[in-house]
Design a protein around this ligand. Sequence first.
Ligand SMILES: Nc1ncnc2c1ncn2[C@@H]1O[C@H](COP(=O)(O)OP(=O)(O)OP(=O)(O)O)[C@@H](O)[C@H]1O
Length: 578
Amino acid sequence: MDTMTFLDKLNPQQRQVCVNEGNILLKACPGSGKTRTLTYKLAYSVQKYITSKKLNIAITYTNRAADEIKERLEKIDIPEDKVWVGTIHQFCLEFIIRPYTMYNERLRKGYHIIDDYVTKQYTDEIIEELGIDIGYDKPFEYPEIFEKYQTKLLNEKEIDFNDILSISYDLVNQNKFIAENIAGIMRTILVDEYQDTNELQYKILSSIVKCNKNIQVTFVGDTDQAIYGGLGGVAKTCDELQKEFGVKFQEKRLDGCYRTTQRIVDYYSNFQLQSAKIYAVSDIKDEKGCLVYDDTISKSELFEKIAYIVKEELSRGIPDNEICIIAPQWWLLFPLSKKIKELLPNVKFDAPDITPIKYDPMNVFYLISKLIFTESGQKIHLRKKIANEIIEILTEEYKIYLSDEIDNYKILKIINSISETDENGVVYLQKAINNFLIEIGIDLNIESRLQKAYEDFILKVKDRVKNNHLSTDIDTFKQCFKEKEGVVINTFHGVKGEEYTTVIAFGILNGYIPHWDTIINKPHYRESETKKLLYVVCSRAKQNLYLFSEQGRTTQKGAPLTSTDEIVAIDYKYDDLK
Ligand SMILES: Nc1ncnc2c1ncn2[C@@H]1O[C@H](COP(=O)(O)OP(=O)(O)OP(=O)(O)O)[C@@H](O)[C@H]1O
């Protein structure tokens, strides 16, 4: 697509941000087109410097957001070799850790990345060994737990997600040539949801930018949506960014909300911390839609009511992927997911975390599984990329020697020749992975680190199947890798940045939102944290919003949970729930 054609799809303020050559801090309200602008800015930079080999980088907070931007870029036909889109952890792995492994003592002899599942396994073991009761505290608030955990990782040659950041920072900070090399291949760095960026992430990026002040940096976000403060997210000001990066930043804003009706905007403005009036500018701005809050429904009736709402919305012509059901935590969604599938057997559901295999593109067994469970004749380009990634992880991270004849072609040939031998997905997965490894010349009995990672992976799959009462047929496994489709079931945090015609949220109870940890340990942040999360939740809806503080849930000791104070405090004339 020609450059001008896609810029036409932006308003003048958004277009200005796209064509601006300086560094920008863009702050704006939900639905104002921040992600749209960032995507087009990326596309604009590619088109403007079409003959340049330099890369245009977009850093997103989640894998889902990265996929969304990639899809949008695909639609406007942007050459993919000029852009890179992914999370900060993927950025660090791809541009810093993998190419410069030999410059880090800890990584040099091989390493592998563990996820939060293994971290929890380790911390649970350590807590038991130490015999301490941590209550609602986070394990790493106890230095003795943290120390033992670190020793465990060192012994196992493992690194976790935090290590990815700290090792990356050490690499770019202690070896100027690494930062210079990376800076030399980049043209732009755009960061979405910047309010959730932590100090270390800013430092990694600034170490690179300081080596090439021609890199154009853009931070995009909304401080009212800063829901990861607990994980160290900091929304820096323009001055702070200038100090950190050593270059000038201009602050820019976008006005108007393209997503939502004015009624919903006015409602979620009750949770806004900064008082700036938001105007709906979409075609549906004057629609009444539906705005329901119910704090009388009992827990036992809730799932049937939600199923009824979904059915009604579908019958009114709302597409399934325009409806989402959300709750503060995954464990609240497992029983909902099971029940609603029974109640609405003909409706498709997309529950990204209620699947046997967790999305984890940095895990070699996830990548092998993806090749095993997806069609061999489709998306050949992507399959080749995954095969290359598998070779890279095995040789670079696990330091396994593969014979010269193992290339992406051979990997795909082996995977494609594996036939379905078992109806049980878990058994088939194990057999297929083992066959594959034998065929490429890897003996798990010799490669102990790979064997441990394999066992962790299979254990996690089994746990997920058991805990979520999932079916083990092969189709359930194939489903994990299908394109997103159906009514979305996700957490409040998981739908950040997304939008749906109808949002159905439940579990709005003191103890869940705000979480006990906030109520007990950080009471002074209680109001702001709760309001920010409710602001994010309600601003996902384009037209219809159903909120529930169901009755009948209790604490572990049996005390009833009450409706979240911050929503009860709102004086609003809601629609009746039919
Ligand atoms: N200029 C525009 N014309 C028409 N639609 C627009 C325009 N700008 C944005 N939109 C649409 O408005 C919706 C919200 O845009 P986007 O997701 O980029 O907002 P955002 O500011 O990133 O929101 P959030 O802060 O909630 O993540 C999208 O459907 C987008 O396509």
